[in-house]
Write a protein that binds this ligand. Structure first.
Ligand code: NAD
Length: 359
């Protein structure tokens, strides 16, 4: 079985790093990479030992498994892939149901990595968690670039500086990393989440958990947050406004899979915040948690900066590639059995991540 990795055209993150190759060759026959695949993440072609460097065209027509992070294969290119080929990427079918149908109409075998279930077994394959963890860390570093203040308390001959206050809304994978990073840098941190289950994790990182009574239970949502009642949203909005006004940095990470992100920071809240405060909105790609966030832009609203960067993991491309490459390797190790992939397997990880199956 030949596996081939395509270079990303819109990201610096590579789906394979040099250390993946030997491990892949334990259960696959050949590893091909597109020339320059590691350029953005500072890996040279020569760092990838035991691979064959191929052109995009050769990869598409010759490989049994084709891997790419964000699929940009054109319709014309799809026509050239081998009949039995399997394509692996991140297709986000929960944002657009037609994606799966379109691939099915082309009669392709496709796995979408963002459909891997949130189970303990699948944790090592979870690309969303890996990227969210980096984004959480980077959110604090990005905020610091714009914040006109120190993070930790400083006692100097010229006087004392109070520690910065950080508010994190949504204490999932990204939020917990943001909390940990802000704490390491000496900030005072508070965090909110609709899932009461995260209270202990927040506290164990040295942050205060802010509670809003009456959250809707999410235990059947497979690890994803659920929509909250209007009454809860009102109570939460009041408390967020209060806490945001007192904060120097607000990081928002609240997402609802397949739906627009909940608006948690209103324009009025932003206007009530101190000049020099920074909001980092990690939900920017799904509309943002902040009413005046714009995806991939830094907005200055009355001295409050709102960073809407939906791809913060791209700022740390080398480690992002390492985690991504490892996630894909772990996924492949799980789905390739005796040199083949059973597209009809009832295995949960395999069946849930297939979004199109050749008839
Ligand atoms: P996410 O990106 O979907 O959401 C981020 C956080 O925002 C979540 O904690 C969510 O509860 C919170 N949120 C949503 N709406 C909110 C609102 N209105 N107000 C405040 N907070 C709100 O979530 P995530 O970071 O991917 O992870 C969520 C959970 O799933 C975590 O417990 C995580 O550990 C778990 N998880 C498990 C696996 C696995 O076992 N393989 C993988 C990934 C995540």
């Amino acid at each position: 079985m030949i596996i081939a990795y395509l270079k990303e055209n819109n990201s610096d993150i590579s789906p394979i790093v040099p250390s993946n190759v030997t491990k892949l060759l334990k259960f696959l026959d050949e590893v091909w990479i597109e020339s320059g695949i590691g350029d953005g993440s500072y890996f040279r072609d020569s760092d990838y030992e035991s691979v064959t460097i191929k052109s995009r065209k050769d990869i598409l027509s010759g490989a049994d498994i084709i891997v790419q992070i964000s699929p940009d294969i054109t319709d014309q290119e799809y026509n050239s892939v081998k009949d039995s080929a399997i394509i692996i990427g991140q297709y986000a079918p929960f944002n657009d149901a037609k994606i799966g149908e379109g691939l099915q109409a082309k009669n392709l075998n496709v796995f979408s990595l963002d459909m891997i279930p949130r189970t303990s077994l699948a944790q090592s394959m979870d690309v969303l968690s890996s990227m969210a963890s980096i984004a959480g860390y980077q959110s604090i570093l990005s905020a610091l670039q714009y914040m006109p203040r120190y993070m930790p308390m400083m006692i100097t001959a010229a006087g004392s500086i109070k520690p910065s206050k950080v508010l994190v809304i949504g204490a999932g994978v990204a939020g917990l990393q943001a909390i940990a990073t802000a704490r390491r840098l000496g900030a005072m941190v508070e965090a909110f989440d609709t899932r009461a289950a995260v209270k202990e994790e927040v506290q164990s990182l040295g942050a205060k958990f802010v509670e809003v009574e009456g959250a809707t239970d999410d235990k059947d949502a497979g690890g994803y947050a659920v929509e909250q009642t209007e009454e809860y949203k009102m109570r939460q909005a009041q408390l967020i406004q209060e806490k945001a006004i007192a904060s120097d940095i607000v990081v928002t990470t609240a997402q609802l899979r397949g739906r627009p992100a909940p608006k948690l920071i209103t324009k009025e809240t932003v206007e009530a915040m101190k000049s020099g405060s920074v909001i980092v909105d990690l939900a920017a790609s799904t509309g943002g948690n902040c009413a005046i966030c714009e995806d991939n832009k830094v907005v200055d609203h009355n001295g409050v900066k709102i960073i809407g960067d939906s791809n913060l993991a791209n700022r740390m491309p080398q480690d992002a590639s390492t985690l991504y490459g490892n996630n894909i390797h772990n996924f492949l190790k799980h789905i390739v059995r005796d040199g083949t992939i059973d597209m009809n397997s009832e295995d949960e990880i395999l069946s849930k991540s297939i979004i199109s199956k050749k008839s």
